[in-house]
Design a binder for this molecule. Structure first.
Ligand code: SF4
Ligand code: SF4
Ligand code: SF4
Length: 186
């Protein structure tokens, strides 16, 4: 019997980096469960994840697909404060909310939370975000676990969904108020 997508997802690093070609770890797990993709597409998980997936799926292990990237030591993002213009464009793409800052203020990365997923780098208009080995920057701070990454990603999605709900409710309330004013005036 093919293992469930949930069982496969539990073996993935949960950085949500999209390097596998899917929009996150769960979609990749679902594609694996459906037999639609190979098990060697997760650079953050590297050889260890490939071995675990091969065992679970009763498939042969394969070398990491170079088209997805290479396996590296854990990395963290760093923001060059002297160049940051406080545009806040790096905030929404971070799946684990590891960047703090507000509009027109310098931003900084919480290295304890950062997974090194790189998703904040491309949106920065002044190229002031770089990656560095975690060991060199935060020697005493271990990489967050997959469970921690997942919890932060779920919290991130919940916060976005709540904001969207609140925005829709506010719009509906304004529409109702405008309509009531119009009816009262006629
Ligand atoms: S951590 Fe692996 S499975 Fe998850 S999105 Fe990145 S490449 Fe895909
Ligand atoms: S700070 Fe950047 S590299 Fe670190 S987790 Fe957030 S998006 Fe990924
Ligand atoms: S995207 Fe770059 S310039 Fe804009 S706030 Fe983030 S680090 Fe600063």
């Amino acid at each position: 019997m093919t293992p469930s997508a949930e069982a496969i997802d539990a073996l993935l690093p949960q950085t949500q980096c999209t390097r596998c070609g899917y929009s996150g770890c769960t979609p990749y797990a679902q594609a694996l469960a459906a037999g639609e993709t190979e098990l060697n597409r997760c650079p953050p998980g590297g050889e260890r994840t490939i071995t675990a997936l091969a065992k679970l799926l009763s498939r042969n292990a394969l070398p990491l697909d170079p088209q997805c990237g290479i396996e590296t030591a854990p990395m963290v993002a760093l923001i060059d404060a002297s160049r940051c213009i406080g545009c806040a464009r790096c905030l929404p793409p971070c799946p684990v909310d590891a960047i703090v800052g507000a509009s027109r203020q310098m931003h900084t990365v919480l290295t304890d939370l950062c997974t090194g997923c790189e998703l904040c780098i491309a949106p920065c208009p002044v190229d002031c975000i770089t990656l560095a080995p975690r060991a060199a920057i935060a020697a005493r701070s271990p990489s967050p676990t997959p469970q921690e990454n997942r919890q932060r990603y779920d919290a991130h999605n919940e916060r976005i969904a709540r904001r969207e709900r609140e925005r829709r409710e506010l719009l509906a309330e304004r529409k109702r108020a405008a309509s009531a004013t119009k009816t009262g005036a006629s």
